[in-house]
Ligand binder design. Structure first.
Ligand SMILES: NC(=O)c1ccc[n+]([C@@H]2O[C@H](COP(=O)([O-])OP(=O)(O)OC[C@H]3O[C@@H](n4cnc5c(N)ncnc54)[C@H](OP(=O)(O)O)[C@@H]3O)[C@@H](O)[C@H]2O)c1
Length: 230
């Protein structure tokens, strides 16, 4: 049985991903901030993880390592959008965004790398909002301006650089080693994306699942199976 590790499966895209991998008969090791979710499955395990806390990351990863199971796919899904309505940088929101979307996510990944299989895949849930190429584009669907939610954009742009540098590091360590990808899930109907978004969490999870089980070029940014501009 193959194993996927997914962060943030209480709701939204993370939950749809957990459900998709369970249908595909994966063992799903996953996290939520409470250590619980309101659904269950014999192949689903939930661990408590708070990405703003180094202590929580240490404990969660130690618990997962103790299972003695090698991971095929790690999906760093958990993320926050604190400055949806902001057009200038609010330092407190920037700090909190970086803690979850960047530093906590990197800390968690670095703990888990030793138990990821050699031909494994790490997927970072990024966003079109983190694309430097798109910075000056007004979002036609949401009417957001290029300077909207800067903390979120900065966090996802930096996460993309982690994808790139980690991919190079894995390649340098060993040819054809762990693949590392960033993915834009689309604009998705979740607590974060809102009701007007154009994809359901299940549709987004379907695209991410296909990417996760394929062996794409490492160190790239993807959207619906196509390369997305950095
Ligand atoms: N929705 C969109 O349109 C969209 C677009 C582009 C990118 N994304 C990205 O896709 C990912 C999933 O987004 P979503 O729309 O599904 O969001 P969501 O519905 O708000 O769910 C976010 C998940 O992240 C977890 N989380 C939040 N803060 C956390 C923390 N401090 N420590 C650990 N886990 C934490 C939550 O867990 P708890 O419920 O347990 O707190 C929840 O499971 C995010 O990385 C997001 O940036 C989403």
């Amino acid at each position: 049985m193959k194993t996927v590790l997914i962060t943030g499966v209480s709701k939204g895209i993370g939950r749809a991903l957990a459900e998709k991998f369970l249908i595909e008969e994966y063992r799903v090791i996953s996290t939520s901030t409470t250590g619980h979710v309101d659904y269950s499955h014999p192949n689903l395990a939930i661990h408590q993880l708070e990405l703003t806390s180094a202590e929580s990351i240490d404990k969660c990863c130690a618990d997962i390592q103790r299972l003695g199971i090698k991971i095929d796919i790690l999906i760093n899904n958990a993320g926050v959008l604190f400055d949806d309505d902001e057009t200038s940088v609010i330092i407190d929101k920037l700090r909190k965004s970086l803690e979850v979307n960047l530093i906590g996510t990197i800390d968690f990944t670095e703990h888990i790398i030793p138990i990821i299989k050699k031909d494994g895949h790490i997927i970072n849930l990024s966003s079109s909002a983190g694309s430097l190429t798109n910075t000056d584009m007004k979002d036609a669907e949401t009417s957001h301006f290029p300077f909207h939610y800067p903390a979120y954009k900065i966090s996802k742009c930096a996460l993309n650089m982690y994808t790139r540098t980690l991919a190079m590091r894995m390649e340098h360590r060993e040819k054809n080693s762990i693949i590392v990808s960033s993915v834009h899930p689309g604009w998705v109907k979740t607590d974060m994306g809102g009701d007007d978004a154009d994809l359901t969490p299940e549709e987004a999870a379907g695209h991410i699942y296909k990417l996760a089980i394929s062996s794409p070029e490492t160190g790239q940014f993807w959207f619906k199976g196509e390369k997305y501009p950095w």
